[in-house]
Ligand binder design. Structure first.
Ligand SMILES: Cc1cc2nc3c(=O)[nH]c(=O)nc-3n(C[C@H](O)[C@H](O)[C@H](O)COP(=O)(O)OP(=O)(O)OC[C@H]3O[C@@H](n4cnc5c(N)ncnc54)[C@H](O)[C@@H]3O)c2cc1C
Length: 320
């Protein structure tokens, strides 16, 4: 019977959705799924994991683990690996997962399949699909021997519904030795709102928004649709918004259900971060703009006319 160990993530007191997606992915590959929940004051969230695909949740709480450090989380996770002896190890493809997973893979002298967007087959026959060359192609990877380690890209694998499992929750004490770093506080530039990498709807602005104030109609539309605002590097470079919003090859890679690109030309580096969105709407004054080559719906027009019209129409639909 094969076992998986999944690292769940809690951020600002909420479990990240990618944790449930990682558990669903682990269930495709292994018979038994154990979930590690690490942090401070996180135990209350364990029952959600136990009901959505985890057969067992191991909770490790320590004030020194309130915020992620590779040293602290690495020590804890390695001890949990020793305890669980998993055949499969799964992380979210988040900043934390992208940082920790290669370190764990190196310690275990195992390979790592990073940024998995789907899984074909089950158990030892499973193949992992991941984008390569900035999303221009996909490769299918199969592991012939040894432990399987992979990270899952947010918003791609359907999480299991509540009631999918009735797992147990156990509090575990681990030894933390000679921690070189403890993060006591994290101050975020952008606070509140929907997390860009997990947003189902993204309204993104490019240099075409022309100023920081130009983002206001985009924010209104995003708020109405329960989504987040993103940006091209052009907009970030022009100081219209913070780099935390940048989407693309050197920014965030996103896979929302709906991506509305406003005043973005569609440079290849931008497409690398959003071309796998399920539905893409492009608004641009230039009918020749490259963004239209990936768009499902294209609107040629001035974004300052089109975006308020869309907002007004969505408002009517949402009221009725
Ligand atoms: C190594 C490297 C990495 C990079 N990484 C990234 C990355 O991660 N993400 C990224 O986005 N870019 C990245 N870039 C930059 C990328 O090449 C482009 O320069 C950038 O994406 C352009 O941003 P933009 O589309 O907002 O601006 P522009 O290319 O200037 O396009 C602005 C668009 O707005 C339209 N427009 C203007 N006014 C209006 C209006 N009122 N209404 C409607 N449309 C209007 C114009 O027709 C135009 O198409 C990278 C570049 C390099 C070299």
């Amino acid at each position: 019977m094969s076992k998986a160990l999944v690292l769940a993530e809690s951020r600002d007191g909420n479990l990240r959705n990618v944790s449930f997606e990682a558990i669903a992915a682990a269930n495709l590959v292994a018979d038994e799924v154990v979930v590690a929940l690490i942090g401070q004051n996180v135990a209350a969230d364990a029952s959600q994991l136990a009901a959505r695909g985890a057969h067992q949740v191991l909770v490790v709480e320590d004030e020194r683990l309130q915020h992620y450090t590779p040293d602290g989380y690495g020590q804890v996770f390695m001890q949990l690996i020793e305890r669980v002896a998993p055949d499969v190890i799964v992380f979210g493809h988040t900043s934390l997962g992208k940082d920790l997973s290669p370190k764990i893979a190196a310690k275990l002298q195992a390979g790592l399949i990073s940024d998995v967007t789907s899984i074909e087959g089950t158990g030892t026959e499973a193949s992992f699909i991941r984008p390569i060359y900035s999303g221009k192609a996909f490769e299918k990877v199969k592991v012939s021997e040894g432990k399987i380690l992979f990270t899952v890209r947010p918003n791609n694998i359907e999480p299991l519904a509540e009631g999918a499992s009735e797992g147990t929750v156990e509090s575990v004490t681990v030894e933390l030795k000679d921690l070189r770093t403890i993060v006591s506080e994290v101050v975020r530039k952008a606070t509140g709102g929907v997390d860009l990498s997990e947003a189902k709807v993204i309204v993104a602005g490019g240099r075409g928004v022309k100023s920081a104030d130009g983002f206001a109609p985009l924010q209104e539309l995003a708020d109405l649709l329960g989504g987040a605002v993103g940006a091209s590097r052009g907009a970030c470079d022009a100081d219209y918004c913070d780099y935390a919003l940048q989407i693309g090859q050197t920014g965030k890679v996103v896979t929302p259900d709906l991506y509305i690109a406003c005043g973005i030309s569609g440079a290849i580096q931008h497409l690398a971060g959003m071309s796998n969105a399920k539905v893409i709407v492009a608004i641009n004054k230039d009918p020749e703009a490259n963004i239209f080559s990936v768009a499902d719906y294209g609107i040629v027009g001035d974004l300052f006319d089109v975006v308020p019209l869309l907002t007004a129409e969505f408002k009517k639909m949402l009221v009725h």
